[in-house]
Design a protein around this ligand. Structure first.
Ligand SMILES: Cc1cc2nc3c(=O)[nH]c(=O)nc-3n(C[C@H](O)[C@H](O)[C@H](O)COP(=O)(O)OP(=O)(O)OC[C@H]3O[C@@H](n4cnc5c(N)ncnc54)[C@H](O)[C@@H]3O)c2cc1C
Ligand code: SF4
Length: 446
């Protein structure tokens, strides 16, 4: 092995193939059948279950857990898919510690929730691995709907619309469908090409034409879609990246965290992926944690996440922060980037310590410089290329509760639309709800 964790600069092959395989294995092993029964047995099947209220897709959690407990995981999967067709991915990526499991009565009483996420995975995997698709289409309505973006929002909308009997065409600018499920989610949360397999399984409903490599604003316009289709759903996510606003951010070795993660997700050979010896990740959300943890797992010696506010304000949950530190990542709170140092290539980043006074973040004047040969920016994404015809709200497409935009016949959902958290499960819920509204509009009920 030519390189190691100590090789200076940005280098590939810092770890052996065996170490890389171990590092990027499934974060949570799937439950065996008997483990699922034991886990399901812990549920109290609460009336007015708080876990269900906390789920953005309102899955009937006590019902599906009871179905697992009575030995019918296929029925449990149906309960899940009825509300959330990407229930398999959500079982892997949902921050359950801040959603259903946080409010589970066994968490509040005993500090150990029912393992809802893992049980959901057990049920959905049972059906998906059988290759069966449990839905059929309603009679054809003769209506055509365009969906822009094949991420969780677009796929969820497309499936629901196809199920109602409409003919759907999904356009995606990328060559591969899945959105951030395919290009963004940390590799250890979605192993064995699960995102790709899930798209294939979802498309089994029929009635959905997938057109990849076709971008709104380049290959077609909103007006051309309006001419050709009876309704349009936009689920284009957030393609733009915020600037660091620190001197020297154009130096080589400074990259966007999402691009790094996307390259990692598409790599067939992790030993060929180069990573710095000293990596600094700037940001405080899930993307920052994912970039930092994966840098460490690739063999970087020192990885630091620098976040400008305090621990409590960090977008990444307590669980995610603990995951990062358990993998050897250091988190530096209250440090705002001032200057990227280096002569052409990055050598370090100077930070100013911060404090919050009267709700406002202020620099203290004290600085610290972290050595770095690679810097990842994970400071949030922005919407780019939104059609001009649509009203905006806070930099996103303004929508009603059911995803209707300011223009009749156009809906939007997921990260590109106003309101909601930027989570996979929220995107799925918004795609589904918009599809229901589109259906009533097309059938004359709106
Ligand atoms: C690094 C990272 C890690 C994350 N980890 C998690 C996690 O662990 N758990 C979680 O719940 N959430 C996570 N999220 C958030 C989650 O991935 C998003 O909230 C979710 O993917 C949003 O879905 P979406 O369908 O709105 O958009 P996206 O998933 O972004 O999909 C949008 C699709 O639209 C396409 N598109 C864009 N512009 C055009 C155009 N002009 N024409 C045609 N197609 C276009 C894109 O190619 C893309 O396929 C993470 C996000 C990132 C960035
Ligand atoms: S809150 Fe916990 S115990 Fe109650 S139904 Fe939900 S998972 Fe079961």
């Amino acid at each position: 092995m030519p390189n190691s964790q100590f090789t200076p600069g940005i280098a590939s092959g810092r770890l052996s193939d065996t170490e890389l395989k171990e590092n990027f294995a499934d974060l949570h092993a799937p439950l065996e059948a008997h483990e699922a029964l034991v886990a399901a047995d812990r549920c109290y099947f609460c009336h007015d279950a708080p876990c269900m209220t906390a789920c953005p897709t309102s899955i009937d959690i006590p019902l599906f857990i009871r179905q697992i407990a009575t030995g019918t995981p296929e029925a449990a999967a149906q309960t899940i898919f009825d509300q959330n067709i990407l229930g398999g991915m959500c079982a892997r990526v949902c921050p359950t510690e801040t959603l259903c499991e946080e409010v589970c009565v066994r968490e509040t009483a005993e500090g150990k929730p029912v393992e809802i996420g893992r049980l959901q995975r057990y049920a959905t995997d049972t059906v998906m691995e059988s290759g069966k698709h449990p839905y059929t289409r309603a009679d054809a309505t003769g209506k055509k709907v365009a969906v822009v973006g094949a991420g969780p929002a677009g796929l969820s909308a497309a499936h629901r619309l196809a199920m109602k009997g409409h003919d759907v065409t999904v356009y995606d600018a990328r060559k591969k469908a899945g959105g951030l499920n395919e290009f963004g989610i940390a590799a250890y949360k979605s192993v064995d090409s699960f995102a790709e397999r899930e798209v294939e399984w979802l498309l089994k409903i029929g009635g959905i034409i997938l057109e990849t490599g076709k971008a709104l604003g380049e290959d077609f316009t909103l007006a051309s879609l309006q001419d050709e289709f009876d309704a349009v759903f936009l689920g284009m996510g957030l393609g733009g990246v915020n600037a660091l606003r620190a001197e020297g951010e154009d130096k080589s070795g400074v990259a966007d965290a999402v691009d790094f993660i996307s390259e990692l997700r598409q790599s067939n050979d992790l030993s060929s992926l180069a990573v710095g010896r000293n990596v600094v990740v700037i940001g405080g959300g899930m993307t920052a944690v994912d970039a930092a943890v994966q840098s460490k797992l690739l063999g970087a010696q020192n990885v630091t996440i620098a976040y400008r506010r305090d621990k409590g304000a960090m977008g990444a949950s307590q669980y995610e922060q603990e995951l990062a530190t358990a993998k050897g990542v250091r988190i530096l709170y209250n440090a705002a980037p001032k200057k990227v140092i280096g002569n052409g290539a990055v050598e370090g980043v100077e930070f100013e310590y911060t404090t919050t006074e009267g709700g406002k973040l202020k620099g203290t004047g004290e600085t610290v410089t972290l050595e770095a040969d690679q810097v990842f920016k994970a400071i949030g994404q922005t919407l780019s290329g939104a059609p001009e015809e649509l009203a905006m709200d806070g930099g996103k497409i303004a929508v009603s509760e059911v995803g209707a935009t300011s223009v009749t016949g156009i809906w939007a959902g997921g990260d590109c639309a106003s309101g909601g958290d930027d989570l996979t499960v929220t995107a799925v819920a918004e795609g589904r709800d918009a599809a229901e509204d589109i259906h009533s509009y097309l059938m004359g009920g709106a």
